[in-house]
Design a protein around this ligand. Structure first.
Ligand code: UD1
Ligand code: MG
Length: 462
C-alpha cells in the first residue's frame, strides 16, 4: 500500500440526475437500500476509505437531498448538461484547494466499497502515476455503458460512449463504471477542455481520458466486480441493489458469529448489530437502529426496529419490537407481543399476546397473557411503571398514567386505573356468583323446548 497520509483526497459525488425512470416524487438517490438512502451508501464507502473531504453535486431545488447529505457540502448544477458539466459545478472547491487525488463517484451507484476506492487510489500512486484511473468492469450485457478502449501498451486510450461508438468499439466488453480518480492538480484544466460535440450534445466526463493522454498523463484501468458498480435507474434495479446488499449483510452477520438458520429469509438494515452466538430463525426483519447482544435467540417471524436486546434474552416467535424497546438481560418476549418505547428490566417475562408501550418494567416482573398498557387516550400518551417482581395477571388493562409497586399482584382480568402499592393485591373484576344446579335445569329445559319445536314442524309439513 502506498502511503496515503501525505496525500490529500477530495471526492465528488454526482447526484443531480432526476431519475425519471423511478417515477417518483423524491430524488432518485434518496430511495433507500437496507434502510438508508442510496447516496448515503456511497458517502459511507468514501468515509471508510478515509477520504478527506466530499462535495455532493445536486440539482436546483433538491433541498431534501442537500439536507440528507449534511454535513457534506453540496454544489448545485443548475442545468444538466452532462457528467463533466456536473463536476464543474464543484469547480470552486477544486480550485480553492486542489487535492492530490480527485475521486468521482455516482450517487446512484450505491454498492461501491471502500476497498475498491482504495485500490484505485493505490493504482494512481504507483510509479507511473496515471493522470486518470478508471474503474472498469465486464457486465453480462454491455448495453449502453461507455466502452473502455485500450491502447497497444494495454493502458487506457479512451472511453467511448455507446451512442458514439463504432460497431468495432461496441464489441468491446470492458465497460466504464463511472468511478474515476483524477490528478487533482490538473483536473480543472482537463475538464475545461471537454466539449459537447457528441451524439447526446452533453459534456462527457469520459472525454477526460483522451485529453489527459494527449497531455502526456497516462490513464489506467482497475477492474472491479460488476455487482459493485450496479447503477440504480429503476425500481427493478433498486430491488437488485437491495438483494445484493442483503447478501452482504447476511454474510457480515454470520462472519461476526451469528447463526442464521435460513439466511435468505432474514432482512437486515445497514446498521444492524448482532453479537456473537446470536441465533436468528427464519423470516426475521430488522429495521434500522437495532443492537442485539451476545447469546440472544431471535425465533422465527419477528419484526425488530430501533431496539436494543441485552444478552441472554429470547424473542419470539412472532414478536414485534418497535423503536425505543430496551430489553435488559434474560428478558423473554413471546408470541404476538408488541413492545414500544419501553425499558424492560432483567428477567422480565412477557410471553403471550400483550402490548407494552411507553412503560418501565422492573426486573423479574411477569406480565400475563393479554396484558395491555393503555398508553393513549386519543390525544396524549402516558407512561406505565411496573415495579420489580410485580405480577400482572392475564387480560389486564393498565390505564396509564399508572404505577404498580414492587412485588404487587394484579388479579387477572383487571382494569387498573389507580396506582397500586408495593406488595399489594389489586383486582377489579366483579365478585363471582354461584347458583347450585342452575346449569342442569337450564340444559334440560332447553332440550325439551327443542324437541317440542321439531315435532310441531314435522306436523305442519305433512
Ligand atoms: C455514464 C458514463 C458511462 C458509464 C455509465 C455507468 C458519461 C458520459 N458516461 O453514463 O460511460 O458507462 O455512466 O453507469 O459519463 N449526472 C449529473 N448531472 C448531469 C448528468 C449526470 O449529476 O448533467 C449524474 C447522474 O445523476 C448520475 C451520474 O451523473 O448519478 C451518471 O449520469 P448518467 O446520465 O446516468 O450517465 P450514463 O449515461 O449512465
Ligand atoms: Mg446511468
Amino acid at each position: 500500500m502506498a502511503d496515503q497520509t501525505i496525500r490529500s483526497t477530495l471526492s465528488i459525488v454526482l447526484a443531480a440526475g432526476l431519475g425519471t425512470r423511478m417515477k417518483s416524487a423524491r430524488p432518485k438517490v434518496l430511495h433507500p437500500v437496507a434502510g438508508r438512502p442510496l447516496v448515503d451508501h456511497v458517502l459511507a464507502a468514501v468515509a471508510a476509505a478515509g477520504v478527506d473531504d466530499t462535495v455532493v453535486v445536486i440539482g436546483d431545488g433538491m433541498d431534501d437531498l442537500a439536507a440528507a447529505v449534511r454535513p457534506h457540502a453540496t454544489a448545485i448544477q443548475k442545468r444538466r448538461l452532462g457528467t463533466a458539466h456536473a463536476l464543474l459545478a464543484a469547480r470552486h472547491r477544486i480550485a480553492a484547494d486542489p487535492p492530490d487525488d480527485l475521486i468521482i463517484l455516482f450517487g446512484d451507484t450505491p454498492l461501491i466499497t471502500a476497498e475498491t476506492v482504495n485500490a484505485m487510489l493505490d493504482r494512481r500512486r504507483q510509479a507511473d502515476a496515471p493522470g486518470v484511473v478508471v474503474l472498469g468492469f465486464e457486465p453480462t450485457d454491455p448495453g449502453a455503458y461507455g466502452r473502455l478502449i485500450l491502447a497497444d501498451d494495454d493502458r487506457l486510450e479512451a472511453i467511448v460512449e455507446a451512442r458514439d461508438a463504432s460497431p468495432e468499439q461496441l464489441a468491446v466488453r470492458l465497460c466504464n463504471s463511472g468511478v474515476m480518480v483524477i490528478d487533482g492538480a490538473r483536473a480543472l484544466t482537463w475538464l475545461e477542455r471537454i466539449d459537447n460535440d457528441n451524439a447526446k450534445g452533453e459534456y462527457y466526463l469520459t472525454d477526460i481520458v483522451a485529453i489527459a493522454r494527449a497531455d502526456g498523463a497516462g490513464a489506467a484501468v482497475v477492474i472491479g466486480d460488476p455487482d459493485e458498480v450496479l447503477g440504480v435507474n429503476s425500481r427493478a434495479e433498486l430491488a437488485v441493489a437491495e438483494a445484493i446488499t442483503q447478501t452482504r449483510l447476511r454474510a457480515r452477520a454470520m462472519a461476526g458469529g451469528a447463526t442464521l438458520s435460513d439466511p435468505t429469509t432474514v432482512y437486515f438494515s445497514w446498521d444492524t448489530e448482532l453479537g456473537s452466538d446470536v441465533t436468528v430463525g427464519p423470516n426475521v426483519v430488522f429495521g434500522p437502529g437495532v443492537t442485539v447482544a451476545d447469546g440472544v435467540e431471535i425465533r422465527a417471524f419477528c419484526h425488530i426496529e430501533g431496539a436494543h436486546v441485552a444478552t441472554g434474552s429470547v424473542i419470539g416467535p412472532f414478536a414485534r419490537l418497535r423503536p425505543g424497546a430496551q430489553l435488559d438481560r434474560n428478558v423473554r418476549i413471546g408470541n404476538f407481543v408488541e413492545v414500544k418505547a419501553a425499558d424492560l428490566g432483567a428477567g422480565v417475562k412477557v410471553n403471550h399476546l400483550s402490548y407494552v408501550g411507553d412503560s418501565t418494567v422492573g426486573a423479574g416482573a411477569n406480565i400475563g397473557a393479554g396484558t395491555i398498557t393503555c398508553n393513549y387516550d386519543g390525544h396524549l400518551k402516558s407512561r406505565t411503571v411496573i415495579g420489580d417482581g410485580a405480577f400482572i395477571g392475564s387480560n389486564t388493562a393498565l390505564v396509564a398514567p399508572v404505577t404498580i409497586g414492587d412485588g404487587a399482584i394484579i388479579g387477572a382480568g383487571s382494569a387498573v386505573a389507580k396506582d397500586v402499592a408495593a406488595d399489594a393485591l389489586a383486582v377489579t373484576r366483579a365478585p363471582q356468583k354461584e347458583i347450585a344446579g342452575w346449569a342442569r335445569r337450564f340444559n334440560e329445559h332447553q332440550a325439551a323446548e327443542k324437541r317440542r319445536r321439531a315435532k310441531a314442524a314435522s306436523k305442519a309439513g305433512k
